[in-house]
Design a binder for this molecule. Structure first.
Ligand code: UT7
Length: 329
C-alpha cells in the first residue's frame, strides 16, 4: 500500500500591482528620439509605458503593490515573515529595497532582502521564497518585482529607450499543507539557469565599484532576442517534467513581457495556444522584474486566472539569467 506523503506548498493568496501616474505613448517618444509609433508597435507590440515621476521610486511602487496584494490576501503586517524584492533599480545602492518596503509597511518581524536577476528576477524570487516556505522555516511571504528602468535609460538611444517602463507587482505566498500531488495548489516546480558569458549582450555601464554612477542600460537587442527564443523553452520543459505535467495541462502562460514577438515565438515553440498567453507588454512596455507580477495582476483582476488554474511563469534577462515556475493558482 502506498502511503500518502503530505508536503508544504507555497500557495498564492493575493496579488497586487502599482504603476506610476504618468503614461507615455509611442507618439510622445517620436518627439524625443528618431522613432515612430509604427516601428515600435511592429517590432515589439508596445503602445505605451508608465514612467516614474517626482516622488515615485522603486520602493514606493513596490510598497503600493505589496499593500494591494496583502489586502487581497486579507493579511496584516504582523502576518508577514519574509519579504523578497526582485529589482535591478534600487532606490539606493543599499539598504535593500525589500527592507525599505518592510519599514514602509510596518512589518516588524522576519527577514527582508533583494534578489537581482534583472528581467528574470521575479522568477528567481518566487523560487527562493518557495524554498523558505516549503522548508517550514517561514509562513507567509511577500514577493515583489519593482523597477524604475526609466532611471537607467540613455534617453538618446532609440534602440533601448522606447522599450522599457516602470512599475511593480507583488504576490503573497503562504505555506500550506498539500497532498504531495500535482493537483495541489501552490508552486509545483521551478527551474533557474544562468550563464555569465553573455554579460556584454545586456548590461549597465556603471556601478558603485567601477564608475561610482548608476550607469545606463546597453543591449544588443538582436542577440538577446535570439538567445531568448532559443533557450528559454528548456527551463519550461524541465519545469513541466519535474511536476509530472505537460503543456496540455496548462491554463495560462504568463511570460516576461519584453517583446510580443519573443512571447509569441516562445509560446509557439512549446505548442501553447495563443488564447492561453497573457500579454501586457502593449500597455506596460518591458518593466523587467515587475513585468510578470504586473501581468499576473491584470489576468487575476479580469477574471482569467482563477484558483486551481495551472500557470507557467517564465523570464530571461541580463546575465544571462533565466527561469520558469509552474504554479497551481
Ligand atoms: O527583457 C529582456 C531583455 N530584452 C529583450 O528581450 C529585448 C530583445 N530584443 C528585442 O526585443 C528586439 O531585438 C528589438 C525590439 C530590441 C529590436 O528589434 P529588431 O527587429 O531586432 O531590430 P534591429 O535591432 O535589427 O533594428 C532594425 C532597424 C535598425 O536599422 P537598420 O540598421 O536596419 O537601418 C535599427 O537602427 O531598426 C532601427 N531601430 C529603430 N528604428 C526606429 C532601432 N531602434 C529603433 C527605434 N525606432 N526605436
Amino acid at each position: 500500500m502506498t502511503q500518502e506523503v503530505k508536503r508544504l506548498r507555497s500557495v498564492v493568496t493575493g496579488v497586487g500591482s502599482a504603476l506610476p501616474r504618468r503614461c507615455v505613448t509611442n507618439r510622445e517618444l517620436e518627439g524625443q528620439v528618431d522613432t515612430s509609433d509604427e516601428w515600435i508597435v511592429q517590432r515589439t507590440g508596445i503602445t505605451q509605458r508608465y514612467i516614474a515621476g517626482e516622488g515615485e521610486t522603486t520602493s514606493s511602487l513596490g510598497a503600493a503593490a505589496a499593500r494591494a496584494a496583502m489586502a487581497k490576501a486579507g493579511c496584516a503586517p504582523e502576518d508577514i515573515d519574509l519579504i523578497i524584492c526582485a529589482t535591478s533599480t534600487p532606490d539606493l545602492t543599499f539598504p535593500s529595497v525589500a527592507t525599505m518596503i518592510q519599514a514602509e509597511l510596518g512589518v516588524l518581524g522576519g527577514v527582508a532582502f533583494d534578489v537581482q536577476a534583472v528581467c528574470a528576477g521575479f522568477v528567481f524570487a518566487v523560487a527562493t521564497a518557495d524554498k523558505f516556505l516549503t522548508s517550514g522555516s517561514h509562513k507567509r511571504a511577500l514577493i515583489i518585482g519593482a523597477e524604475t528602468f526609466s532611471r537607467i535609460m540613455d534617453w538618446q538611444d532609440r534602440t533601448t529607450c522606447v522599450l522599457f517602463g516602470d512599475g511593480a507587482g507583488a504576490l503573497v505566498l503562504e505555506a500550506r499543507e498539500g497532498e504531495g500531488t500535482n493537483a495541489d495548489r501552490g508552486v509545483l516546480s521551478s527551474k533557474l539557469r544562468s550563464d555569465g558569458r553573455y554579460k556584454s549582450k545586456l548590461y549597465v555601464d556603471g556601478g558603485p565599484s567601477t564608475t561610482q554612477t548608476a550607469g545606463h542600460l546597453r543591449m544588443e537587442g538582436k542577440e538577446v532576442f535570439r538567445f531568448a527564443v532559443g533557450h528559454v523553452t528548456d527551463v519550461m520543459t524541465d519545469a513541466f517534467s519535474e511536476a509530472g505535467l505537460t503543456v496540455e495541462d496548462l491554463d495560462w502562460f504568463v511570460p516576461h513581457q519584453a517583446n510580443q514577438r519573443i512571447i509569441d515565438a516562445s509560446a509557439q515553440k512549446l505548442g501553447i495556444a495563443p488564447a492561453k498567453v497573457v500579454k501586457t507588454v502593449q500597455w506596460h512596455g518591458n518593466t523587467s522584474a515587475a513585468s510578470i507580477p504586473l501581468a499576473l495582476s491584470v489576468a487575476c483582476e479580469d477574471g482569467r486566472i482563477k484558483p486551481g488554474d495551472l500557470v507557467m511563469i517564465e523570464a530571461i534577462g541580463g546575465g544571462f539569467a533565466w527561469g520558469a515556475a509552474l504554479i497551481r493558482w
